[in-house]
Design a protein around this ligand. Structure first.
Ligand code: NAD
Length: 334
């Protein structure tokens, strides 16, 4: 199979490329990524350097660039990770989220329609909006009630995908994953940001009183779930990918304990419309055969170890030095 992975220089996309490369050596892998601030060449340079992935530095929302790319690659399937992904940035400036997450998905869907290829959209539990404390986990048929511009842009992209499945009968699938953690995550997100502070001996900022709860999904389990839906999902199907629920404050405390450092937490003003809780019912995905393989405490311990052993990776991102490395990939155009 010829697979085109979008957003492969980012956190989950880079892990997915490595996962696919190992599991399906016979497949041909292409990656397109605009290399925004969240794209990091270090995550994929070894794969690109060995010729195991062909990389293109392009914007998925750029119609003519995508036309050139599809004409060149002619993929059998597209796995679409590329997105602006940070809620705080979406609240500060929603426009890039609409452009990349909605506009980019629209451009890719049109190309998939022209070339008759399968399309998988990597979406998020945030499209359902917040749950109350005692509420049951949401299943795929629940209404979409996104509460911030990031979540709204992903919900819009989901609806566009479903409309292509209905209108054109295209083989489109969607997965809605829980909060994901693991290696290569940009340190603006809770776990790597907290670890960067912990290793630097700085207090970890926690929103509000730390009561918000998230479901946590190991990146390996997220990759396995996307792969499972891509290969076995029903056309037009939506699949939740659940995780293990934890309160933000408890999570940060676990990180201090796993890193063996003394607890230093500073509670900061809460983010506007900060969703209290997300929790997913993932029976549909389990019926396809997927099971999480990484218990949360084990995954967290592995993650702390990875960032401890890769302080140079973390430092390069924090200092901005990684941007110079990205230049090595910028000339690779479609
Ligand atoms: P990320 O921010 O780490 O990576 C996103 C990547 O997309 C970056 O490499 C960036 O350069 C690229 N990109 C952004 N806009 C682009 C554009 N217009 N054209 C081409 N490339 C572009 O994000 P992530 O955490 O790896 O998330 C990947 C996907 O998974 C996103 O669609 C996100 O909504 C979804 N998701 C993430 C989580 C999570 O907890 N991280 C959970 C569920 C779903």
């Amino acid at each position: 199979m010829k697979l085109l992975i979008t957003g492969g220089a980012g956190f989950i996309g880079a892990n997915f490329l490595a996962w696919e490369r190992e599991k399906y050596p016979q497949d041909t892998l292409f990656c397109v990524d605009k290399l925004t601030y969240a794209g990091n060449a270090q995550n994929i340079l070894p794969l690109v350097g060995r010729g195991e992935v062909t990389f293109f530095c392009e914007d998925v929302a750029n119609k003519s660039a995508m036309r050139r790319l599809f004409a060149r690659v002619r993929p059998d399937a597209v796995v679409h990770f590329a997105a602006e992904s940070h809620v705080d940035r979406a609240i500060a400036d929603p426009e890039p989220f609409v452009r990349s997450n909605v506009g980019g998905t629209a451009v890719l869907l049109e190309q998939c329609r022209a070339y008759g290829c399968r399309f998988h959209h990597v979406s998020t539990d945030e499209v359902y909006g917040p749950l109350g404390k005692g509420e049951a986990p949401v299943s795929e048929g629940a209404p979409l009630r996104p509460a911030n511009p990031y979540a709204a842009s992903k919900a819009a992209a989901d609806l566009l995908c479903l409309s292509y499945a209905k209108t054109y009968g295209m083989p489109v699938t969607i997965s809605r994953g829980a909060n994901t953690y693991g290696r290569f995550q940009f340190p603006e997100k809770l776990i790597p940001r907290a670890l960067a502070c912990i290793f630097a001996g700085e207090p970890v900022p926690v929103y509000g009183t730390g009561e918000n709860r998230r479901s946590w999904l190991a990146v390996r389990d997220h990759c396995a779930a996307v792969d499972c839906v891509l290969r076995h999902g029903e056309a037009g199907g939506v699949y939740n990918i659940g995780g293990e629920e934890a309160r933000n404050l408890d999570l940060v405390r676990s990180l201090f304990s796993l890193a063996g450092r003394e607890e230093k937490i500073s509670f900061v003003a809460d983010r506007p419309a900060h969703d209290l809780r997300y929790a997913l019912d993932d029976h549909a995905l389990r019926a396809l055969g997927w099971r999480p393989a990484v218990p949360f405490q084990q995954g967290l311990a592995e993650t702390v170890r990875w960032y401890k052993e890769h302080t140079a990776w973390l430092e390069q991102v924090r200092s901005g030095a990684y941007l110079a490395q990205n230049d090595a990939l910028r000339g690779m155009r479609a």
